[in-house]
Ligand binder design. Structure first.
Ligand SMILES: Cc1cc2nc3c(=O)[nH]c(=O)nc-3n(C[C@H](O)[C@H](O)[C@H](O)COP(=O)(O)OP(=O)(O)OC[C@H]3O[C@@H](n4cnc5c(N)ncnc54)[C@H](O)[C@@H]3O)c2cc1C
Length: 318
């Protein structure tokens, strides 16, 4: 059975690999290849997400964590274990993440002023240029192809089943008015030897963070809902440098290597759902991951595979 995945960002590539692993003849069609998507701009860490729907995102995040743990044993994958501290100016309320072994509440001696509390997270750091290339290579090894092309309507896409992983493009392709951009700006500086990440979670729009990679450190950030400006804003760059310098003094004086902007595919909740096209074929949607496309990627892809393999009810032709 042939499956066509619309979208070549982290959601589309992961879904295509998962479908191939499940025995489908899966191929990707995408307007932009991975290096021109928002996936390439992501800070890209695995952390304790609070995205809706909670029950599903928790399950997707944990499933993804399991896969990242095994991928991190392959240095070529661009996935590495990374401990993070998530600091807050108020004492954070109890999180259901604390019931997992990966998230621990920080004791008061581990919380620097001016913060009042926070969590320590056993997460992962993902380097998008390395990881997305690695995923593309894996897909090719498994027999999957990637075709560059614009899709106007999902019903025009060839295949026995269509998988919609088009990120912001889903606003038009799935006629979904709840999909919206969330602008993110980050600053890359040379890594002076930082290994752990740190975040200030006090302000939902600013979300200051310091996330190390092999060569650089990603400093963030912004969450500007509805803003589509892809030009770096120099005022925001200065604010990011100041905020992240307060989080980790080592980054305060470093030279800026690059400033990057991307539009996260926002939605009130992530959509992983099976539907029907006008011609009776099934479509499975996998979009709306906002700021969590990497950390939910394998869990969502697993659910997409399960939904494509459902043989009951009105989709019994599959
Ligand atoms: C600053 C910043 C920091 C972030 N940090 C993190 C983080 O720490 N952890 C995390 O998990 N996530 C993070 N994210 C979020 C993450 O980047 C996104 O959730 C994720 O990249 C979304 O991936 P996607 O594949 O769904 O969409 P995209 O990467 O946008 O890919 C969409 C694909 O669909 C294709 N497409 C769209 N419309 C059409 C069409 N009509 N025809 C054909 N193709 C089409 C596009 O060309 C593209 O290939 C961050 C994002 C930003 C901007």
């Amino acid at each position: 059975m042939r499956a066509t995945i619309v979208g070549g960002g982290v959601s589309g590539l992961t879904t295509a690999v998962a479908m191939r692993e499940a025995g489908w003849d899966a191929h990707v069609v995408a307007r932009e290849l991975y290096d021109s998507t928002v996936s390439m701009v992501a800070a890209a860490v695995w952390t304790a997400t609070m995205l809706e729907p909670h029950e599903s995102t928790r399950r997707w995040a944990l499933a993804t964590r399991t896969r990242f743990a095994s991928l991190s044993e392959d240095p070529a994958s661009g996935v590495v274990p990374m401990r993070q501290r998530e600091l807050d100016r108020c004492v954070p309320s109890r999180s259901w993440w604390e019931t997992t072994p990966y998230v621990r509440r920080l004791g008061s001696d581990a919380v620097p002023a001016p913060y009042a509390g926070g969590f320590e997270i056993d997460g992962f750091g993902i380097e998008p240029p390395v990881y997305l290339r690695w995923l593309t290579t894996l897909l090719a090894k498994l027999g999957g192809t990637i075709t560059v092309g614009e899709v106007d309507r999902l019903v025009d896409v060839e295949g026995d089943i269509v998988l919609n992983c088009s990120g912001l493009g889903a606003a038009d392709l799935a006629d979904d008015p709840t999909v919206h951009p969330i602008r993110g700006q980050v600053v890359a500086v040379t890594n002076p030897g930082i290994r752990d990440g740190v975040t200030d979670h006090s302000d939902a729009e600013r979300a200051a963070y310091v996330y190390p990679r092999s060569e650089e450190v990603i400093l963030g950030g912004t969450r500007q809902i509805g803003c589509t400006d892809l030009e770096p804003d120099p005022v925001i760059t200065q604010r990011i440098l100041t905020d992240s310098g307060q989080l980790d003094g080592r980054v305060a004086q470093l030279d800026v290597l690059d400033v990057r902007v991307g539009l996260r595919p926002g939605r009130p909740s992530v959509r992983v759902e099976r539907d029907e096209l006008a011609d009776g074929r099934a479509v499975v949607h996998n979009y709306g991951h906002a700021g969590a496309g990497f950390l939910l990627s394998w869990g969502c892809a697993q659910d997409v595979v399960k939904l494509t393999n459902t043989l009951n009810g009105r989709f019994e032709r599959w």
